[in-house]
Design a protein around this ligand. Structure first.
Ligand code: BES
Ligand code: MG
Ligand code: ZN
Length: 491
C-alpha cells in the first residue's frame, strides 16, 4: 500500500474520509470546497455531532465524503491522531476500494502542526491497514487499498515529517509478516534467509550454524533445537553507524519458530499459537530495519537465536544437564521453559563478542504474563532505574507498545537454584513465574552492564481488532525500541 500526500485544495474525488471533532464542526476549508453546502445539510439531517464512532456519509457529484466522529479533542496527542488514522483504516478496509483519501485540514492542536497531524494520521492508517492474506485465494475478498492519499495544505512538509515514520512502518510490517507466517513456512533457516535478503546501508548480517555454535559452546541453544529436523541458527545483525568504537546497544530476541514444549509437551489446545514464539526475534529484526532505514547515527547489534522446540528421540529431556557458553551448568527440569535457555547463551555470546554497555532482551517468555498484565502492557524487568525510566517514557510515546514495571528480587533468584547444577530452568515454586524466568536470563548478564528484559507473551498477538493493530501479530517492540534508540542512543 502506497501512502502519499497531496494538496487538500480541489481534491475532493472518490472516497474521502474527514475526521471531525466534537464541538469543532466541519473544517472551514472543507466547506469552501462544497459550494452548494451539501455537507452542512447532511450533518444537520443526520444530527452528526462528531461523537466517537459516529459516521455521516455525504454524496457530492464527484466524491463520497465520509465524516468520522473523532470525539472530544481535549489534550489529544500524536498517539491520539495515530489511533484516529488506525480507526479510519479499519473502516476503509471494509469498503473494498483500491484508492481512498483522508482529509486532515482543520484538526490543528496546540503543540502539533497541521503537517505533523497529517503524518501521524498517515502512520496510524498504515498500522491499521495491515493485513496478512497471502494464503487466501478468493479474489473478491482480496481487494485491498493500494493507495491512500493524505490531503493537507503542505504535502511536502508532511511527507518530510512522515519519512521516519515510514521507516518504522516498514519495520512493523516486516515483524508482523514474520510472526504471522506459520511455522512450516517460517523455520529458523527461512528467518535467516529473510534477514540476509534485506539490503539497507549499514545493515550487516552474520550467521552461525549448528557446527559453529558447537565449537563456541552455545549448548543451551543447541540443546533446545536438538529435537527438531530444522537446524538452529544464531543470527547476528550489526548496525554500527554511531560513534567509532562506541559500545553498542545489544538487542536480543527470542526466536522459537515453534514451541511444542518439547518432551514436556504442551496441551493441544491453542498449541498452534506457538508459531508466534519468535515474536521477540521478529521485533528485533523489525527494529534494525527501522533504524537502518532512518540512517540513525547509532551503534546497535542484534543477536537472535533461532530454534524449533520439538519432542523426538533426539530431544532434550527433563533431568538433563547442559553446559552453557558461559561455563555455567543448567539442570533442565522442564523442556517447555526453553526461551530462557536460548536467551542465556545469546546474551552471553553478545557480551563476549560485542562488549555492549546496555542489553535489552525481548521475548514471549511466560504465559502467566497474561494473568498479571493481560493485553494492555508488556512486562519490564530491570534493576536499572535510568534504563527503566528511558524505556517507560519511550513506551508512553507509542500508540500501543506500553510497559508495566515488574519486580526482580534476590529471593526470586534463589528459586532457580538447582541441587545438581549451577541453576535450574524451572523455579522450585510456581510463584512469580515471570520474575524467576527473568532472573534466569539475569544470571548470564555480566557485572556493570545495564540490562532490561521485556516479556511480551501477552502483547505479541491480539485476538481482536485494535485501531492500530488488526487481529493477529501486533509487531510489538518495533515502535518502542526504535523510540528508545532515537531518544537515548543517537550520537
Ligand atoms: N512460549 C512460552 C510462553 C508463552 C505462552 C508465550 C503463551 C505466549 C503465549 C514459553 O516457552 C513457555 O512455554 N513457558 C512456560 C514456562 C513454564 C514451563 C515455567 C509457560 O508459560 O507455561
Ligand atoms: Mg515453552
Ligand atoms: Zn516458548
Amino acid at each position: 500500500m502506497k501512502i502519499t500526500f497531496d494538496s487538500s485544495k480541489k481534491k475532493l474525488k472518490g472516497v474521502v474520509f474527514v475526521p471531525v471533532f466534537e464541538k469543532e464542526g466541519i473544517p472551514s476549508l472543507l466547506k469552501k470546497e462544497d459550494s452548494l453546502g451539501f455537507i452542512e445539510k447532511a450533518v444537520k439531517a443526520d444530527d452528526f455531532k462528531g461523537k466517537e464512532n459516529q459516521i455521516c456519509v455525504v454524496f457530492l457529484p464527484e466524491a463520497r465524503i465520509i465524516l468520522i466522529g473523532a470525539g472530544e479533542k481535549t489534550n489529544i496527542t500524536a498517539q491520539g491522531f495515530e489511533k484516529l488514522g488506525g480507526k479510519i483504516a479499519s473502516i476503509a478496509k471494509t469498503l473494498k476500494k483500491k484508492e481512498i483519501s483522508v482529509y486532515t485540514e482543520g484538526l490543528k492542536e496546540n503543540d502539533l502542526s497541521n503537517e505533523k497531524i497529517a503524518a501521524e494520521i498517515a502512520f496510524g492508517f498504515g498500522l491499521g491497514a495491515y493485513s496478512f492474506d497471502i494464503y487466501k485465494h478468493e479474489k473478491e475478498e482480496n481487494i485491498r487499498i493500494e493507495e491512500v492519499i493524505i490531503l493537507t495544505s503542505n504535502p511536502i512538509k508532511a511527507q518530510t515529517l512522515f519519512d521516519p515514520l515510514a521507516a518504522v512502518l516498514d519495520g512493523v510490517y516486516e515483524t508482523r509478516d514474520l510472526v504471522s507466517e506459520p511455522s512450516n513456512m517460517m523455520t529458523p533457516s527461512e528467518f535467516v534467509d529473510v534477514a540476509e535478503s534485506i539490503k539497507i546501508k549499514g545493515f550487516d548480517t552474520d550467521v552461525l550454524d549448528a557446527k559453529q555454535m558447537k565449537k563456541l559452546g552455545l549448548n543451551l541453544i543447541l540443546s533446545v533445537g536438538q529435537g527438531s529436523v530444522h537446524e538452529p541458527y544464531l543470527l547476528i545483525i550489526r548496525y554500527m553507524k554511531g560513534k567509532k568504537g562506541g559500545a553498542p546497544l545489544l538487542l536480543v530476541g527470542k526466536g522459537v519458530c515453534f514451541d511444542s514444549g518439547g518432551i514436556s509437551l504442551k496441551p493441544g489446545r491453542d498449541m498452534g499459537d506457538m508459531k508466534y514464539d519468535m515474536a521477540g526475534a521478529a521485533a528485533v529484526l523489525g527494529t534494525m530495519i527501522s533504524i537502518a532505514k532512518m540512517g540513525l547515527k547509532t551503534n546497535v547489534v542484534a543477536v537472535i537465536p533461532l530454534v524449533e522446540n520439538m519432542p523426538s528421540g533426539t530431544a532434550l529431556k527433563p533431568g538433563d544437564v547442559v553446559r552453557s557458553m558461559s561455563g555455567k551448568t543448567v539442570e533442565i527440569l522442564n523442556t517447555d521453559a526453553e526461551g530462557r535457555l536460548i536467551l542465556g547463551d545469546a546474551v552471553w555470546y553478545g557480551q563476549e563478542k560485542f562488549k555492549p554497555d546496555t542489553i535489552i532482551d525481548i521475548a514471549t517468555l511466560t504465559g502467566v504474563m497474561n494473568y498479571s498484565l493481560g493485553s494492555e502492557y508488556a512486562g519490564l524487568f530491570t534493576t536499572d532505574e535510568e534504563l527503566s525510566e528511558q524505556l517507560m517514557s519511550a513506551a508512553d510515546e507509542t500508540v500501543m507498545d506500553h510497559l508495566w514495571r515488574m519486580p526482580l528480587h534476590k529471593n526470586y533468584d534463589k528459586l532457580i537454584n538447582s541441587d545438581i547444577a549451577d541453576m535450574a530452568n524451572l523455579s522450585s515454586s510456581p510463584e512469580a513465574g515471570s520474575s524467576t524466568a527473568a532472573h534466569f536470563i539475569g544470571r548470564f548478564i555480566q557485572p556493570d552492564i545495564k540490562w532490561a528484559h521485556l516479556d511480551i507473551a501477552s502483547k505479541a498477538w491480539t485476538k481482536k481488532d485494535l485501531p492500530c493493530a488488526p487481529k493477529g501479530a501486533t509487531g510489538f517492540g518495533v515502535q518502542l525500541l526504535t523510540k528508545f534508540i532515537l531518544k537515548n542512543r543517537v550520537s
